[in-house]
Design a protein around this ligand. Sequence first.
Ligand SMILES: Nc1ncnc2c1ncn2[C@@H]1O[C@H](COP(=O)(O)OP(=O)(O)OP(=O)(O)O)[C@@H](O)[C@H]1O
Ligand SMILES: [Mg+2]
Length: 263
Amino acid sequence: MVWTVANQKGGVGKTTTAVSLAGLMADRGYNVLLVDMDPHCSLGYYLGLDVESLEHTGYDVFVHGRAATREQVKQSIHATSIDGIDIMPANMAMATLDRKFGHTEGMGLILRHALNRVKQDYDVVLVDCPPVLGVLMVNALAASERVLVPVQTEFLALKGLERMIMSLELMKSSPSQNINYMIVPTMFDKRTKAANQAMVSLAEQYGNAVWRDVIPVDTRFRDASLEHLPPSMFAGHSRGVVAYRALLDDLIDEQVAARNGTN
Ligand SMILES: Nc1ncnc2c1ncn2[C@@H]1O[C@H](COP(=O)(O)OP(=O)(O)OP(=O)(O)O)[C@@H](O)[C@H]1O
Ligand SMILES: [Mg+2]
């Protein structure tokens, strides 16, 4: 299965969501591939990789295009210090892809082709996106079966969400796309009126597309990133990790139900 974490609004918890779910799945013995589509390389830095010194990254996949062989894709994937988690890191050159290939036919399917070459090696692939709706996000969305849209529970973030959901709905209307998204409220601070109001607005506007629970504000996420550890391996009982565990359980239940045709 391939899951993508996307929102064109910055700082809403995309990378934290990707790395939290990856850590929780690795805890359960899954083999996880994290794919970084953000030219800022946040995932690689988070996991302590010296991204700039790497000869092969996800950029190679775009250079080889649809002709990329399994060996070439595998070269762009690196082990991390965490058992069960591999990464296809980004590099800064990926920021030039929009200008170079933004209008090239078929350019949106490069990542899908690449992941098809290596998917069998993993239980799950998790793709993290930049906060830009460009060729990288389009590739991530086209490659995935499930899209998670983290949204900060505050007024301005909800405004940004409208554009993101419009883009997803637009892609959904293409016959070759099967976009199935879930909005995940993040950084929820139950003491604030703004957060509670945001939850009401989300439910009114997006109904069932919103996850039933929330990811709370939890300062341990920032501490975990400083230690280059997935949050579950740093503070496994913190309330933020407990919430991501519930999210993962729901996502897996849903996947199982879909497979059994009961969804
Ligand atoms: N639930 C949370 N509670 C408190 N802090 C959080 C939470 N989730 C994420 N953060 C912190 O907020 C900051 C932004 O999170 P993150 O990097 O995951 O967002 P992003 O959407 O990936 O940002 P960008 O758009 O820049 O890639 C980080 O410092 C992270 O540690
Ligand atoms: Mg990020």
